[in-house]
Ligand binder design. Sequence first.
Ligand code: ADE
Ligand code: ZN
Length: 330
Amino acid sequence: MPLPKAELHLHIEGTLEPELAFALAARNGVTLPYADTEELREAYRFDDLQSFLNLYYELMAVLRTERDFEDLANAYLARAAAQGVRHAEIFFDPQAHLARGVAMGTVVEGLWRALGRSEDNHGVSTRLILCFLRDESAESAMETLDAAKPYLDRITGVGLDSAEVGHPPVKFREVYEAAAALGLRRVAHAGEEGPPQYVTEALDVLGVERVDHGLRCMEDADLVERLVRERIPLTLCPLSNVRLRTVDVLADHPLPAMLDAGLLCTVNSDDPAYFGGYVGDNFDAAASALGLGEDRLRELARNSFLASFLEDDEELRSRYLAEVEAYEFP
Ligand code: ADE
Ligand code: ZN
């Protein structure tokens, strides 16, 4: 039995495996510019975040109907459950779908067909987080939030993703204020490729409760001290960092130094279909490359539930935390 854990940094579109991409392309009459899954996998060599995003957005062309989003989410939940995930807070990128003529309702209702039954079907509780694309305008983000208003009973929070450098958090001040006024939780990608100042700005200007990646905080000792003091969780994604070349090799990942500094770190998969593994694979790879022992692994699993948005169900959180403490490593 794998270590029980929550996954808090997972883009549902980033779980699109080549086999499912081709199956959905055939179902929807979409032609992909790759001969087969093998040729597609060959394209999974990235120089940086942007080179990945180009492929990520290109492959979304196959996602068209509610059923497509349902199938995508069910495929993820089945894989995640097999790797010990008990709770998943799942990002989605509506602007990338709206731009292709796929309505907000199609995306949210399609995902909900899987998420709404996930506890029964997969043993995984879920929350949904709507992400704004930071390389699109603030106006577009506000329109997207407006389009989501009929679906707010299905959406727990908002996030900020896509190309980071040159798109500082401050651009989205108003939309985050509007999201807070609607009672939505707030997170943002910051300090993945962008500087530590983006992490500070996400906290001060956007009021985020959790930072996605946040890796580059390590360049600013005062910021680290603040993150520790305020118990701000960081959702790290080790295999993603290697594939997108923010870290040369896994053995160089700052995760152990971050834990030693007292940061509330979690381990996640980001875009597992593209980066060579789901969250359990990230735990395993980090454990062997970085020499993490059982205490560290249990700490990471505990942190994942502490950092989750389970304030609305503390009984469930307590149950998960008890599972972590009772877990016996093989
Ligand atoms: N969208 C999907 N994955 C992402 C990542 N790692 N960083 C920024 N935007 C993303
Ligand atoms: Zn991400």
